[in-house]
Design a protein around this ligand. Structure first.
Ligand code: ATP
Length: 300
């Protein structure tokens, strides 16, 4: 029995290593292709996004059949317009972006881009049309250059640098001892939340998508970084069809339309000025945030 102990121990170690590797792969797939259940229909067509008009038509959805998350969500983003979504944590904001990217299929209603139901289009063409700046950008354990070029793997060095400049991260990268060749991720340089988000913006700019989804980071930024990121959102969303998932109301003031989500339902919609005049849930959230900002300034 003792003779067996060493090989068994060894097998246990191999098992743990393989399991860890699989978990890492799962994470990677989670990032690239969250749901492998979603498949193309045999007659799926490539999406033409000459006129990227996004519509959510009476969408109902739950991750689990026993718990519905979205209820009758109905809105559109006209070509070149920006729609922002606000609401409490857990109200379903990020779920909208996951459905648009077709990580999941809706349970009822439909989502169309350019009049085509995303379930009838090839996944490849849907995902090529949409650039996402996620809440928490996952960086690969590779160079910063690789991490930006991931947005368009055939991009030239000049393209990567131009995207980094536009995302206001070029000067920072240049200041690193190894510049664009600096390793980031697990074993390398650690980037702050704001820096990571800029890498994600550079990636998205490089991809140059017709439709942009910006999932604002929840982590609190200082007001200077907040303004800088805000200016970047405005700039990259210009002339694109954009969906902005916002956690701070200051981010949404310039949106063409704001949706207020509560418990997976749209409870209010309009421009910033219209919603303030309506004096409903949005106006209440706005006042609360103003108050918090004043307190923050007072304690700074
Ligand atoms: P936050 O402001 O905190 O980012 P949110 O409004 O973006 O929140 P969602 O991430 O859309 O909220 O989540 C909506 C609801 O769906 C939450 O109750 C959440 O627990 C649930 N949920 C989110 N992702 C999953 C998942 N993969 N599986 C099961 N439930 C999920």
């Amino acid at each position: 029995l003792l003779q067996l102990a060493a090989p068994l121990n060894f097998l246990g170690m191999v098992y743990r290593e393989v399991k860890q590797a699989l978990t890492n792969m799962e994470r990677l797939f989670g990032l690239l292709d969250e749901s492998l259940d979603i498949r193309d229909r045999a007659d799926a067509v490539p999406l033409a996004t000459r006129n990227p008009w996004v519509r959510f038509e009476h969408v109902g959805f739950g991750y689990d059949a026993r718990r519905q998350i979205l209820h009758d969500v109905d809105f559109e983003i006209r070509p070149g317009h920006t729609v922002a979504v606000v609401g409490h944590s857990g109200s379903g904001k990020s779920t909208l972006s996951r459905l648009l990217f077709r990580f999941y299929d809706v349970d009822s209603g439909r989502i169309t881009i350019d009049g085509i139901d995303v379930r009838d289009a090839t996944q490849q063409s849907v995902r090529a049309a949409i650039g996402i700046v996620p809440q928490d950008t996952v960086l690969f354990n590779d160079t910063i250059f690789y991490n930006i070029r991931y947005g368009r793997p055939d991009a030239t060095r000049e393209d990567v640098i131009a995207a980094a400049r536009a995302a206001h991260i070029h000067a920072f990268i240049e200041s690193l001892p190894d510049g664009y060749e600096s390793d980031v991720g697990e074993r390398g340089l650690k980037l702050s939340g704001g820096e990571k988000q800029r890498v994600a913006i550079a990636r998205a700019l490089l991809k140059n998508p017709a439709i942009l989804v910006f999932d604002e980071a929840t982590s609190a930024l200082d007001s200077k970084s907040e303004q800088a990121i805000q200016a970047e959102i405005d700039r990259i969303a210009q002339d694109r069809t954009a969906l902005v998932i916002a956690h701070r109301l200051s981010t949404v003031m310039n949106a063409d339309s704001i949706l207020v989500l509560d418990g997976g339902r749209i409870v209010e919609r309009g421009t910033h000025a219209q919603l303030l005049r309506a004096n409903g849930p949005y106006a209440q959230m706005w006042r609360l945030q103003q108050q918090e900002d004043e307190e923050r300034v007072a304690t700074d």
